[in-house]
Write a protein that binds this ligand. Sequence first.
Ligand code: C5P
Length: 234
Amino acid sequence: MAKDVIIALDFPNKEKALDFLDNFKGESAFVKIGMELYYKEGPEIIKEIKRRGHKIFLDLKIHDIPNTCVGATKSLLDLDVDMFNYHAAGGAKMLSEASDVISNSNKEVISLAVTMLTSTDEEAMHQNLKIDKDLSLDEVVLSYAALTKECGLSGVVCSALEVPNIKEKLGKDFVTVTPGIRKTKNNSDDQKRVVTPKEARELGSDYIVVGRPITKAENPLKEYKEIKRDFLGE
Ligand code: C5P
């Protein structure tokens, strides 16, 4: 069920990110911080954005041996962000040990796994990743999502188009966070399969991630509010 719009803060540095967030003074937004900004600015940017009253999805896509992943999870929990993620390809031991650390912390955090990157198509999945040629991309996405659920994480990052199948097989409470959103179909930038905020709601997505349609808008706050209204169906 549609819960919130997450703004992808894809900026190269703190100055540009905070200048953009000046548009959202007095507004409590949910923002996604990815590797570009986090590797440049570190935990300080998280603290500053939290001080401004925003919620944070820290998109670092952890993928390592279980022991390293457990340590990284403890460090992430200390940052008190609202959402973070792993690569489902890290496997059951990595995901379940991370999940145990989260449960034992008693912190309210939404933990996600990335199934198959949208930059990997079916051909690359078979040729480069050597995944069984009999399996389609959709089957692999669903199987990675099922593994994520079995290991105790909250949900997955996926295409909105994959949500109905995932919800049907894994339940409506399994969280789906979906990028690839555009207000109209004729402006997709480099996104291959886009859906509108309204379609994402109808497909059952819980959170949509929206970057350039808001960050590059002439009036980002106005655009954000319109997208949020369309997604929440208000
Ligand atoms: O600007 P745009 O709305 O396309 O940004 C979408 C955001 O979601 C970017 O931060 C992008 O890295 C992220 N993302 C994505 N597709 C995925 C996973 C993450 O577009 N499968």
